[in-house]
Design a protein around this ligand. Sequence first.
Ligand code: FAD
Length: 456
Amino acid sequence: MYPYSYDATEAKAHMPDFIVIPQERAQLIDLVKFCNQYIIPIVPYISGNNIGGLCIPERGGIIVDFGKKMNKILHVNEETMYAVLEPGVTFGQLKQYLDENYPNLRYSYPFAPPSAGVVGNVLLSGMNSMSAKIGSMADSINGLEVITADGEIVRIGSCFYGDGESDLDSWYCRYPMPDLMGLFVNWQGMTGLVTKCAVQLWQNLPYQKHSAALVFGMREVAKVLREIGKSEVVDDATMFCIESIKMMFEDYKTKKFPGEPDFAVLMPISAKTEKMLEAKEEILENTLKKLNEEGIKVIGIDLGEFSQLFSLRTRCAIDLPSVVLPIYVSSGLTWFGSYAPAHKLEELIEKTDEIYHKHNFSPMIYGKTMKSGHYAVFRLMANYNKYEEQEEVKELMNEIAEVCIDAGCIPYKTPIWLTEKLRRKINPGWLNLFEKVKKMMDPNNIFNPGRWNFNY
Ligand SMILES: Cc1cc2nc3c(=O)[nH]c(=O)nc-3n(C[C@H](O)[C@H](O)[C@H](O)COP(=O)(O)OP(=O)(O)OC[C@H]3O[C@@H](n4cnc5c(N)ncnc54)[C@H](O)[C@@H]3O)c2cc1C
């Protein structure tokens, strides 16, 4: 039970009372009915990679570990491009399965390790390697099967017809019914147990290239990221500050020296033909050229070539899913992650960089442009020593959160210290509705109790 009592973050550890490793849905229906009757907490768990303390059993009870045995890829519909998954399927598993059986299809992968879960990621609105095109991963959910607090099975999406098992070829889209998916997405397992999930897949285009842009200027990178997003030719655009890139080669305490670029932006592109790839590259080059003409110093490089020439470690950040080393160089890892107003990135980068220096941490500033530039993801990470820097990292994250929330950022994968803060800032109407929905869905507060500070 001990490994389930903590995670990489500074969240306080708490022991569970039991671990349940289910193999099939019927076992879970009995378990939910039993726990609802005797008011025993159930904490759903896939691999605990959420970086928010979200699977720590605040009130003890039962951890339901889906990762070990409920991890089957149930179906792939090649024509309409989706996969129906059990909750425990990992990114590594899905990638291998598609490569071996459906090489014409691909998924969108995070910088998370290959052992992290696909379903956990979409349920938490993850942002992955195709987010410049498709936005939040939650948008790619076609359908869900969920066990609710009374032990009932609910199917949502186009799979909702019929009272028996669904036809796995019927999970092709999410709309146009009232969107009940919202009762389960971003709820951190507080409203029910997802037992099946259909996620969209995309065509695996044969021509792929990894470009990067080196940007000189802290504020300037914000415009570079926005313009790359709006160019609509990249699958993804992720900015990493130079200190975090250096962590790939050095210790987790790194420094930027005068004259060095401030950020690198990773930009994978893909195309159906060579000509299409060339056209996309040309658009990207022109975007960078225009930025240079406007006085922003930005240099484009071929990251594939760079990694072959200088550092195979760089490939970790290219060939996702993989273990991206800079995110892992010390015993603790935490972050303030948020969906952010892209037009405020200049201010956000400048202020958060100052906070890192004030607290003596190497900056790990990370951002993405989402869905052709409509919004951004802004994530401030910290590698830290779990045994020596626990209090320092808490102060760092707290100050970063204050600044980002004041600028309008919306945190995701919210740990408890953060939801407490958010409760003081969100409008009362939203909070009342949120409370009513939680109580309706989970009247005895058995599902992941303690999250979002629910106390009833
Ligand atoms: C180094 C690192 C880098 C990362 N980079 C990224 C990134 O670039 N982009 C990104 O989006 N994410 C990133 N992540 C986070 C990670 O991808 C997701 O949060 C993750 O896939 C979900 O983790 P998991 O599968 O282990 O789920 P868990 O952490 O086990 O669970 C996640 C949440 O879902 C709930 N839950 C689990 N199973 C169920 C179920 N069956 N029904 C209902 N609720 C359930 C849990 O209670 C919990 O609240 C990163 C993580 C790490 C460690």
